[in-house]
Write a protein that binds this ligand. Structure first.
Ligand code: ATP
Ligand code: MG
Length: 243
């Protein structure tokens, strides 16, 4: 697919938990080859949007189109089969499985033929994981668990990688390593990334474009640079933060 083509197109999406509406008609687009960041405060609806892309919870209104296919009503496993992969909030690695077994879980049957090659790619990106190949996921540090979560998602050979708060709770040096790895994947493999972050400064620096979400609505969008320079964004999300 050509650069500049819309890969993910979210239009008018409304998502509810019971009777409570968490997303009020959200429009977001991600083009092939972009890193798009979604920033916003706790409870804004960022994770809900990420999960709605996977159909759990399901959008009650609006459409989600991926690579030209309407995926709004597809079962989650079929959405995954379209080569969308995610590292969810909280990482959700398998704590009793080893690093290697966790990576195996990320590989689809279709990808088993280039399994060794794909594992090597993950280890090149995150050499720390290679050193801990037989260690159980639950005993890894937070940063290592995040690397494993991203690595497991990459095993699916995604066209679109969804990352929900990869920097959460990690020391600045590890955050830098994770963000550098995302930049590297994007630059060298053209991987398209949709990134949810509370670390607005880091995310907007990394991103081609960004969106700001407030109470289930997108209130602002622009290039990463534009949003970083915007006085309202600075006041709400950057002042007193990481500079
Ligand atoms: N399973 C659920 N059941 C009911 N309400 C939920 C559920 N999950 C989320 N919500 C509510 O939906 C709203 C959006 O939550 P969401 O987790 O999407 O926010 P967020 O932007 O990801 O926040 P954070 O930055 O804290 O992760 C919140 O008001 C939250 O309480
Ligand atoms: Mg969240």
């Amino acid at each position: 697919m050509m650069a500049g083509t819309t890969l993910l197109d979210i239009k008018g999406v409304q998502t509810y938990y019971g009777n409570i509406r968490a997303l009020n008609g959200v429009d977001v687009t991600v083009k092939q080859g972009e890193i798009v960041a979604l920033i916003g405060a706790n409870g804004a609806g960022k994770s809900t949007l990420m999960m709605t892309i996977f159909g759990a919870p399901r959008a009650r209104a609006g459409t989600i189109t991926f690579a030209g296919t309407d995926i709004t009503q597809l079962p989650t496993h079929e959405i995954a089969r379209m080569r969308i992969a995610q590292s969810p909030e909280g990482r959700r690695i398998f704590p009793r499985m080893t690093v290697m077994e966790n990576l195996q879980m990320g590989a689809s049957l279709d990808n088993l033929k280039h399994y060794d090659e794909d594992v090597e790619k993950v280890f090149t990106l995150f050499p720390r994981l290679k050193e801990r190949i037989a260690q159980r996921g639950g005993t890894l540090s937070g940063g290592e668990q995040q690397m494993l979560s991203i690595g497991r998602a990459l095993m699916a050979r995604p066209k679109l990688l969804l990352l929900d708060e990869p920097s959460l709770g990690l020391a600045p040096l590890i955050v830098k390593q994770i963000f550098d790895a995302i930049r590297e994947l994007n630059r060298t493999q053209g991987l398209t990334v949709f990134l949810v972050e509370q670390n607005a400064f880091g995310a907007l620096k990394l991103a081609t474009r960004g969106y700001v979400m407030v109470n289930g609505n997108v209130t602002m969008s622009g290039t990463g640079k534009e949003l970083l320079a915007d006085p309202d964004v600075r006041a709400a999300y950057l002042e007193g933060g990481h500079h």
